[in-house]
Design a protein around this ligand. Structure first.
Ligand code: GCV
Length: 694
């Protein structure tokens, strides 16, 4: 299929390709009559590529929504009954320039903005409104993004695989670029633009130097040519040692003039081919990747060297703070703070430091990273993971907006109460000029883009929150469900209810009470017993610290004291085991098995109850899905129903693995109200080993 605009799939046989841009015919007769009143023309005075995309999208959308091909004209003049694009002189800051207003004016619907991008975003907003069959009368939308750089990060490799990708291979076909440009790139751009995403890093942060070669720059340019039409800038992850491995220099020391000249030339070469190139994303001195520390230099030295090379251009450097050393006595929780906070104030203004939401690694629930708020002189960007590395791959339904919101709304207290993480990254707390939010993409070559049909909602939610972090998880779920799955209210309610509870259910059977599981291996199967690895913090036992006395990682003053990296008010929430909210308990405390918790149960009993209730609740999710069945496309229904069965089976697997393993320490029976697992620990281990076998 070329594009979903030119060849839409039939509604009764939806393969998920069209995502939330289905433009199903309007069924409300009165609404359709109203829409037709504004369908005499689309006036677009601009000749730009981006407004051209907006025009094309609106024509496609209206054709499908109301069955009319609406002609394009250049100026409305005194005509009424159409949609008018109105580009105004730019006055505001970069984010304001991307905002838009939509309102009825003198018999037309006017989309006004200060940039072509604004017109495009306004057009998608209007189409969203119409897909939801909302009236146009009294329509007044005014919206401005709160964050300037809203990006996807792809962890896609040159060989077509995706690190932590669960929806097929990469959509980027390096072997056939630049000559053949897959039409799918345009649909990818449309989907992102519909959410306001304005940047994409095409390749894995564990980067190949190949992307800096002339050959690959040409391939990247071919993709950039498509994305540009939708207001999306193209970025690349860089391999820090490229001057040596690709350029043949003796080393890649960021203070070496030859190395600096190599990067300056390389950047000039890139901009010659891709004039609006976005810049670089860098993973350095992390998990074996090269970096400035290989030459005794700091992260700031490395980032500033690239910033200097980018100086003549608009591009930026996004430098990741995901670092941790192989120190058996250290707490990985503290590593990023320890390395980065002392560098505050030393970064070039073109650098943004990109921080994962939590201090460890995209766990189902983490406390917010203590870096947020603690680098007031350095713009800090947010890195969320949309792909479900620790959230059940493409088999488990986990709606991530509550996870994103939980982090964004956390209070750092750095400038008193209300200093939320959201205010750090949107720049309002420390006045950053450059603000950024990035999501590690969950897209792949699967026909429906994300493998699990419900995982599309995570891409959608990331994009919507990147634009406006004040939207609620519920509002976004309701919107997505209506656009993507069904307009029927009752069924929508069942699905939204299920989505909103899905993360807590997953945590229940996967990492209850603040357990985490960033151990090595496939990140798929339960392996809480894994105690040997290349380094201590690549084992499971390092994190949960189960022993005969209890469970959990003591991060108070009697332990690693990681809590000291937070403000006193935050410490006060978490430093007393009797007051720590149960979802965070084992993140900060080693708790004895028989300790009575706030719930009235002992730790052991509470753990068992949560593991069981999590696994059992997957059946509740299945019921909700079943209740919506009649209003769902048959293919999508069956796909999700099948995946929910897998989820149910694997939820019990996780439950049994944790329970039987931890029981060897607690030495206590499963509470009488619960039916004990019908297998032994050895049997569970065997079933896991199958996934580790070659
Ligand atoms: C891209 C985790 C993942 C890695 C990933 C890394 C990172 O460790 O398991 O696959 O590498 O995070 O974010 O750099």
């Amino acid at each position: 299929m070329a594009t979903f605009a030119s060849n839409p799939t039939a509604p009764e046989d939806d393969d998920g390709y069209r995502l939330w841009l289905r433009y199903e015919p309007v069924t409300n007769a009165a609404i359709k009559v109203e829409y037709l009143k504004y369908a005499s023309f689309i006036a677009n005075t601009e000749k730009g590529e981006i407004t051209g995309s907006a025009l094309k999208e609106l024509q496609t959308g209206l054709k499908q929504l109301i069955g009319k091909r609406v002609p394009a004209i250049t100026t409305a003049g005194s005509r009424t009954g159409g949609v008018v694009f109105s580009l105004k002189p730019a006055t505001g800051d970069s984010a304001a320039k991307e905002g838009y207003q939509i309102q009825p004016v003198s018999g037309n619907i006017v989309i006004s903005a200060q940039s072509e991008r604004g017109i495009l975003y306004g057009t998608f907003a209007l189409l969203r409104h119409m897909q939801m069959q909302q009236p146009l009368k009294n329509l007044r939308i005014s919206s401005t993004p709160k964050i300037r750089y809203r990006m996807l990060n792809h962890w896609d490799n040159t060989d077509g695989t995706i690190e932590r990708g669960y929806a097929g291979g990469s959509i980027w076909k390096w072997y056939e670029l630049p000559e053949r440009v897959d039409p799918r790139y345009e649909d990818y751009a449309r989907a992102n633009a519909s959410l306001g995403i304005n940047g994409t890093v095409l390749n894995n942060v564990n980067a190949s130097a190949r992307f800096m070669s002339q050959e690959y720059i040409g391939k990247v340019a071919a993709i950039a040519n498509v994305l540009r039409k939708y207001g999306i800038k193209t970025y690349l992850s860089v391999y820090f040692a490229a001057p040596k491995t690709l350029g043949g220099l003796a080393g890649s020391d960021p203070l070496d003039p030859n190395v600096r000249a190599w990067w300056a030339d390389k950047v000039a070469e890139i901009y010659k081919t891709i004039p609006d190139f976005g810049g670089f994303l860098v993973k350095a001195n992390s998990e074996g990747e090269p970096g400035p520390q290989d030459y005794g230099r700091t992260h700031a030295d490395g980032a500033n060297m690239l910033a200097a090379a980018l100086k003549p251009y608009d591009g930026i450097v996004v430098w990741r703070a995901f670092v941790y050393k192989a120190d058996p006595d250290a707490d990985r929780f503290k590593a990023a703070y320890e390395e980065f906070v002392p560098l505050d104030g030393q970064f070039d203004p073109k650098v943004i430091v990109q921080v994962k939401n939590g201090p460890i690694d995209f766990q189902p629930r983490e406390p917010f990273s203590p870096l947020f708020g603690n680098m007031p002189k350095t713009p800090l960007g947010m890195e969320f993971q949309i792909t479900q590395e620790y959230l059940g791959f493409a088999a488990h339904a986990v709606y991530e907006a509550p996870l994103f919101k939980e982090c964004l709304e956390s209070d750092t207290w750095v400038n008193g109460q209300g200093s939320t993480v959201a205010k750090v990254i949107d720049g309002s707390l420390h006045g950053y000029e450059r603000t950024l939010i990035a999501g590690v993409a969950n897209t792949g070559s699967d026909r429906n883009w994300t493998g699990h049909p419900l995982a599309q909602a995570n891409w959608y939610a990331f994009g919507r929150l990147a634009w406006d972090h004040q939207l609620s998880a519920e509002q976004i779920a309701a919107e997505w469900t209506q656009l993507t799955l069904t307009r029927q209210i009752k069924s929508r309610e069942h699905i939204v209810k299920m989505m909103l509870r899905s993360r807590e259910i997953y945590i229940g059977y996967n990492t209850p009470l603040g357990l985490s599981r960033p151990w090595m291996g496939v990140h798929f199967a339960p392996e809480p017993w894994q105690s040997r690895g290349a380094r201590p913090d690549w084992t499971a036992t390092y994190y949960h610290r189960a022993d005969s006395a209890g469970l959990g990682f003591d991060r108070t003053t009697s332990g690693s004291n990681a809590l000291s990296q937070y403000r006193p008010q935050v410490q006060a929430q978490w430093n007393d085991p009797d007051k720590t909210p149960l979802p965070y308990l084992l993140w900060f405390h080693h708790v004895s098995w028989n300790k009575k918790l706030g719930s009235g149960r002992t730790l052991w009993d509470e753990l068992c109850h949560r593991l069981y209730s999590g696994a059992d609740s997957v059946s509740w999710m299945q019921q909700q899905w079943e209740l919506a069945r009649n209003d769902l496309d048959t293919r999508v229904y069956a796909d999700v129903a099948g995946r929910l069965k897998v989820q149910r089976r694997e939820a019990i697997w996780w439950r049994d693995a944790w329970l039987l393993y931890l029981q060897t320490f607690s030495r206590q029976p499963v509470p009488a109200s619960l039916t004990p697992p019908d297998r032994t620990l050895e049997e569970v281990k065997k079933s896991v080993n199958i996934y580790l076998m070659r």
